[in-house]
Design a protein around this ligand. Structure first.
Ligand code: ZN
Length: 95
């Protein structure tokens, strides 16, 4: 972070608008396509390979949530980043 950004965060620490907790990270959720492989193992059981996350998240599925109370705070990366840098004053809720 730039010096000015550190000062901005120190003066204006990001707080959840619902629970008021000071936050230094947000939980991120999104739907994305995954790729895997299915085969039948030697024991005759279905065996899926590890899921590989493909690049594209589904448009509109991104949620940034407060890790303390779980409220959905943002649906876009830009607002979430600005919030953590102490530069977001609203609006809150769905846009
Ligand atoms: Zn909260």
């Amino acid at each position: 972070m730039e010096v000015e950004e550190k000062i901005a965060v120190a003066l204006h620490p990001p707080r959840c608008p619902q629970c008021g907790e000071e936050l230094d990270y947000l939980d991120y959720f999104a739907y994305a396509a995954v790729k895997s492989q299915l085969e039948i193992d030697e024991g005759g059981e279905a065996d899926w390979d590890a899921m590989e996350i493909l690049d594209d998240t589904w448009p509109g599925s991104i949620e940034y949530q407060c890790p303390v109370c779980g409220i959905v705070m943002f649906h876009d990366d830009d607002s979430a980043v600005r919030f953590l840098k102490g530069k977001y004053d609203g609006p809150w809720g769905d846009k």
